[in-house]
Design a protein around this ligand. Structure first.
Ligand code: C5P
Length: 211
């Protein structure tokens, strides 16, 4: 059983995907972390995430242990991620790991939930369930801003909003696996939903679809 969860940043897709995985006891993979780890590794090497050779070298050297680095949740890592993610050879180098995770989830688990931008379109086009989670960009910026403040970090709403718009544009307009809903995905707009409502909507769809 493969559940693909795609959508833009701060749409609630990570929270939803983790909850689906916990509910069904499936393995969970946050594929954004893979791109963040590659972007972060390029930055740590003092190189430019838009440099193909540097990004490809980092992608090929990626170790699963790198995904646990707490620095990956920073906005700096997110921006670097969206730059390396626009490079087709980098995506190609990371494809096998993601496909393998979906096909053979770790510890013999009965299913896998992957979240990202291209799970339903490229990584798992045959996923049993495809969800595309989205929300208005202003609402996503509000959530992200609140999260930063709750974590005791400095944040200015207008900057958060602009950063999300820039990242949406980079992710949607690139030629390599752009952010878009698969034609057979169900769209869940979480603008006016809390996490429980989003989960109930997703669960209803999954149960209907897999009965
Ligand atoms: O989901 P998250 O915000 O952690 O993703 C960081 C960046 O990684 C995204 O903005 C996107 O550019 C890239 N990404 C991607 N494909 C995925 C997951 C993430 O291009 N499957």
């Amino acid at each position: 059983m493969i559940v693909a969860v795609d959508g833009p940043a701060a749409s609630g897709k990570g929270t939803l995907a983790r909850r689906i995985a916990a509910h069904f006891q499936y393995a969970y993979l946050d594929t954004g972390k893979i791109y963040r780890a590659v972007g972060q590794s390029v930055l740590t090497a003092g190189r430019d995430p838009e440099n193909l050779e540097a990004a490809l070298q980092a992608a090929r050297a990626l170790d699963v242990k790198d995904l646990a680095n707490p620095e990956l949740s920073s906005d700096t890592a997110a921006v670097a991620a969206s730059k390396v993610a626009a490079l087709e050879p980098v995506r190609a180098a990371l494809l096998g790991f993601q496909k393998e995770f979906a096909a053979s989830p770790p510890e013999g688990m009965a299913g896998a939930v992957l979240d990202g931008r291209d799970i339903g379109t490229v990584i798992c086009p045959d996923a049993h369930v495809k969800l595309f989670v989205t929300a208005d960009v202003e609402e996503r910026a509000r959530r992200r801003h609140k999260e930063l403040l709750d974590n005791g970090e400095a944040s200015i709403y207008s900057r958060v909003l602009q950063a999300l718009k820039d990242r949406d544009a980079r992710d949607s307009n690139r030629s390599a696996a752009p952010l878009k809903a698969a034609s057979d995905a169900i769209v869940i707009d979480t603008t006016a939903m809390n996490p429980d409502e989003a989960f109930a909507t997703a669960l209803g769809f999954i149960q209907k679809h897999t009965d």
